[in-house]
Ligand binder design. Structure first.
Ligand SMILES: *Cc1c(COP(=O)(O)O)cnc(C)c1O
Length: 478
């Protein structure tokens, strides 16, 4: 510890700093309280650093300090949630919010968000009704199920179905289907929360009907099938088809819960992707309830959809936790508008962005990649930009190992590294995410909606190549 009488003597006061042009102009764009609070926090932090320092700390001049603080406050004022141009090629990127919504869904959400809406009121009688009526009929039509409801996400749907249908009882699951979908969703943990008891059967690679059969006893509450969305067990394998599980369950008067995960409402084989179970097939084969996400292959807002036998749906709806996981009017509006488009598959294909992205031809992407490459190559931070063939993936825990041919703009940066370019683009406005492949940054056009092409080029063109800009954006209180 240096034994200096007052090591803070060199620091300007809050009022002095507020007189600086940088902070004065910030007051206009942010607001007075935010700037004063920011200056205080920064100074406190600096004093702590000075006290903790073992050597004498060089205190910045008041001008330097004002500038540092202004940059730091500007950085802190940037919203954490920002819109992103997804050029990663991962169509359902969970980190980037999964499916972008159709204009029709956005219009409906806007209309409902602006004012009041008939969320839980029957317009004919004026009496209380149920919020899932906004989507129930559509879900029944599209899946063939007699009943349906919707909750916050598929994790909630799974928890509620297990708890309402089998709490305190054993639920039989194949060892090959004990999925983890991203760090915080693990089926055994969800099952524990539901207070249903996991009864694992079979092995990782092989589970037979007889495994299920011999596990059934008087404590059994349900049979659960889970679609291994984000992995595949290949090679020496055996699983029991759903219709056989249903037959077995019927014999013992047990329900079958089918967690199909992504929820294909149309056959994705038409897009060159196989292996995704169709919701309507699960219903047809007799699953008592089928669970899936609204923001994976449906291409709608985040929610968890439950379709199936009405008495089970009613039981789930009466579960006390269902209220804690209910959806709001915006989700209902967005989901209803998305589902309406599926009644005409041709129109869904054009209007639901997920389906439009999947059905864009390679030739189309190649043309766009050529045009954008030319424009991007002219940007000061770019050494070269060329069309590059590549492959996109569906992502979001769907269809592992399946790739979709695509075209990218491959960028080599001028003067900075690919990592630096990638970071600058991520931190820009709009934020742009690409993927790095060796010494290039690839911008995969399959996941970039054409309406963002101009913004994409502009953002890259506007990037300044000096170190100053990166200091501005990353300066922190250190
Ligand atoms: C994605 C997925 C979930 C979790 O769904 P969320 O909507 O993300 O909560 C559960 N089960 C399966 C099989 C999935 O694929």
């Amino acid at each position: 510890m240096p034994n200096v009488s007052n090591p803070f003597r060199g620091l300007p006061s809050v009022n002095q700093l507020l007189e600086s042009p940088q902070l004065k102009s910030l007051v206009d764009s942010a607001n007075h309280n935010v700037v004063v609070g920011g200056v205080r926090t920064f100074l406190d932090h600096l004093r702590d650093q000075i006290s903790a320092a073992t050597e004498e700390v060089q205190i910045p001049t008041p001008q330097e300090l004002a500038e540092k603080i202004a940059n730091w406050i500007s950085g802190e004022e940037q919203p954490h949630l920002r819109s992103v141009i997804n050029a990663t090629g991962v169509i359902l990127h969970t980190g980037l919010g999964r499916a972008p919504l159709a204009d029709e869904a956005i219009d409906e959400i806007t209309a409902m968000a602006q004012g009041y809406a008939s969320v839980e009121i029957d317009l004919t009688t004026g009496k209380r009704s149920q919020r899932d009526l906004a989507v129930k009929k559509l879900l029944c039509q599209l899946t063939g199920a007699p009943s349906a409801t919707v909750v916050n996400n598929n994790a909630a749907a799974t928890m509620l179905a297990l708890s309402a249908m089998a709490t305190g009882k054993e639920v039989i699951v194949s060892r090959g289907q004990l999925v983890e979908i991203g760090g915080s969703y693990r089926l055994p943990d969800v099952m524990e929360c539901s207070r249903a008891k996991l009864k694992e059967v079979g092995t990782t690679n092989k589970t037979r009907l007889s495994d299920y059969e011999s596990a059934i006893n008087e404590n059994t509450g349900a049979i659960l099938r889970v679609h291994p969305s984000n992995y595949r067990v290949v090679g020496f394998t055996e699983t029991v088809p759903l219709d056989e599980l249903v037959k077995l369950a019927r014999k013992h008067n047990l329900p079958v819960i089918d967690d199909v995960g992504s929820g294909a409402l149309v056959d994705f084989a038409a897009y060159g992707l196989d292996d995704e179970p169709l919701v309507c097939e699960s219903v047809q084969q007799g699953a008592d309830v089928v669970l899936f996400s609204g923001d994976k292959l449906v291409g709608g807002p985040q929610c968890g959809i439950i379709v199936g036998q009405d008495h089970w749906i009613q039981k789930i709806k009466k579960h006390p936790m269902t209220r804690a996981m209910r959806v709001d009017k915006m989700t209902l509006a967005g989901l209803a508008a998305t589902l309406r488009m599926y009644r005409d598959p041709e129109s869904a294909n054009r209007k639901v962005p997920l389906l439009a992205m999947l059905s864009t031809s390679e030739a189309n992407l190649k043309l766009r990649a050529a045009r954008l490459s030319e424009q991007i190559a002219a940007a000061p931070c770019v050494e070269s930009a060329k069309p590059v063939a590549g492959s996109s993936t569906l992502g979001g825990g769907t269809l592992p190992e399946q790739y979709i041919a695509t075209w990218c703009v491959g960028i080599k940066p001028a003067a900075i590294s690919v990592d630096e370019l990638s970071q600058k683009l991520r931190m820009g406005t709009p934020s742009i995410f690409g993927r790095i492949n060796q010494d290039q940054l690839l911008l995969d056009l399959r996941t970039v909606l054409p309406k963002y092409d101009v913004a994409l080029v502009d953002a890259i063109t506007c990037l300044v190549n000096s170190d100053e800009s990166s200091q501005n954006s990353t300066a922190a209180a250190e």
